[in-house]
Every structure is written in structure tokens, then in C-alpha cells.
Design a protein around this ligand. Structure first.
Ligand SMILES: [Ca+2]
Ligand SMILES: [Ca+2]
Ligand SMILES: [Ca+2]
Ligand SMILES: [Ca+2]
Length: 254
């Protein structure tokens, strides 16, 4: 065999080995291999929004993992681990999230500053699945849901704002495990106006949206220690790729 062919064969064998490892690592996870846009589905139904996942709807749904490091260090399971389920009806997208976090931190309660450095759950929603940047626009919303249920994001004028009426959360804490049951109202980001009379959309079967979910874990630091998401980012840590909705998964309402 010519030398260049044997090198190619060796490289191909290495690549396939990597594929197999990546596949076995992602077993039982929704997160596909790099380069494939993650696909999620939400089943139709309306849970009782009481913070408990005991609804028949939730019990019939599968857990999906929050286990992809986006920034900081990958926490050990007792430091942070998380999983979630999705559902929808005409009025809301519903998220049931279960997070295990050894220390709950809320250094900036009731304040629009450094909300990302407190423990919080972040719902990323790109209503028209357009992808693209969203940090200073409503091309997609990044709802930072704090432990007190307040919801914050960055507005187009780069100010920090509350969006408390976009996400209603009831949370139950048992030891280190928190259950968050969230109703997310969906707004058309192209029409959305600060201080405007914004009307949430009616949702229909078959609708596709860009979606991602992440948890900011801070236990004792000036800045958050970990940002862990539900989708793999192409180049891992500290590149802030979540500021572009291209990396979100696609969520279909079934
Ligand atoms: Ca419930
Ligand atoms: Ca922690
Ligand atoms: Ca969009
Ligand atoms: Ca924490």
C-alpha cells in the first residue's frame, strides 16, 4: 500500500474510533454528535404549575440531560447536575427542570446586576428558529430565571431588563434538589417592543423554534463557576457561542 494511503487508513481508523467514543458517551442523551443540530420535541399537554413533576403529562415524558459545559469548569454531579422535560399547549411552552446544586447562591437578589453570576436557569428561545446573534436584540430571548423567579435578559439598548411576565416559575426545593416548573410565553421577537403592548403568540402543532436550556452554577465565587447547557457547543469553553442562536437545538411542538 502506498505510504499516503496507509496514513489515510490510519487517520480514518482514528476518526471512527472517535465517532464510536462520542456515540457511546452520548448514549441515552438527546445531544447528538458535533455538527448535527440537536432536535427536541415537546408533547402536547397542560401541567398543573405547582413546582411538582407528578403530573401524568410529565410522568409520560422522558428526561433530557443538561450536561454540556459551556463555560467554566465541568462540575461533578453533586456540584451540579440537571435534567428536564418539555411540553406545550396553545398558550405556553412548559419546562420541568430538576437541578441538583450543593450550594444555592443569590448574591444579587431583586437586582438587575450580575444576574448571570447567581444560580439561575436560562431558557433560550428563538421563536422563528432563524438563528443568528441575539445579545442586543430580540432575535432570541435568553431568560435568566433567578431563584426568586424573576426573569432578566439584555435589551437591544444593552440595558438589563426584567421579563417576569414571560416566564412563570414555581420551584420546589428538597435538600440539594430543586424542581422548577416553568410556563414560557412565546413572543414574536421581530415585533417585540420594550414598553409596547406585546401579545404572546398562540402556539400550534408542528411549530419549530430554536431552543436551549442552561444552568449558571455559582457556589462561592465572584463570578459563576460553571455554565452547563443542554446542547454541545462547537468549540467548547468561554467563547460565548450561546450568544448566537445558531447553536440552539430545534424544538418541534408535537
Ligand atoms: Ca406540576
Ligand atoms: Ca454547585
Ligand atoms: Ca429569531
Ligand atoms: Ca450553586
Amino acid at each position: 500500500m502506498p505510504r499516503y494511503l496507509s496514513i489515510l487508513t490510519f487517520a480514518a481508523a482514528l476518526f471512527c474510533g472517535a465517532c464510536q467514543n462520542s456515540h457511546s458517551d452520548s448514549k441515552n442523551q438527546s445531544s447528538p454528535e458535533a455538527g448535527v443540530k440537536p432536535a427536541f420535541v415537546a408533547q402536547r399537554g397542560t401541567p398543573v404549575l405547582d413546582g411538582s413533576g407528578s403530573d401524568d403529562l410529565w410522568e409520560a415524558s422522558d428526561w433530557l440531560p443538561i450536561n454540556q459545559i459551556w463555560a467554566g469548569t465541568l462540575p461533578k454531579p453533586d456540584d451540579f447536575s440537571g435534567r428536564y422535560k418539555l411540553a406545550w399547549d396553545e398558550n405556553n411552552l412548559y419546562i420541568l427542570a430538576e437541578t441538583t446544586d450543593d450550594v444555592l447562591l443569590d448574591v444579587h437578589p431583586q437586582a438587575l446586576e450580575h444576574f448571570w453570576d447567581d444560580d439561575c436557569l436560562v431558557v433560550f428561545l428563538d421563536e422563528d428558529a432563524s438563528g443568528g446573534t441575539h445579545e442586543f436584540s430580540y432575535n432570541a430571548f435568553a431568560y435568566h430565571i433567578a431563584l426568586d423567579g424573576s426573569v432578566a435578559d439584555v435589551a437591544p439598548d444593552s440595558s438589563f431588563r426584567y421579563f417576569n411576565d414571560h416566564c412563570l416559575t414555581r420551584r420546589i426545593a428538597r435538600d440539594n434538589v430543586n424542581t422548577w416548573e416553568i410556563a414560557v410565553r412565546i413572543f414574536d421577537g421581530k415585533q417585540y417592543k420594550d414598553e409596547g403592548d406585546n401579545v404572546p403568540m398562540l402556539l400550534k402543532k408542528g411549530k419549530k423554534m430554536g431552543f436551549a436550556l442552561a444552568y449558571c452554577d455559582n457556589d462561592h465565587s465572584a463570578e459563576r463557576e460553571s455554565l452547563v447547557g443542554n446542547v454541545p457547543l462547537p468549540n467548547t469553553q468561554n467563547k460565548q457561542q450561546w450568544l448566537n442562536a445558531d447553536v440552539f437545538g430545534t424544538l418541534e411542538l408535537r
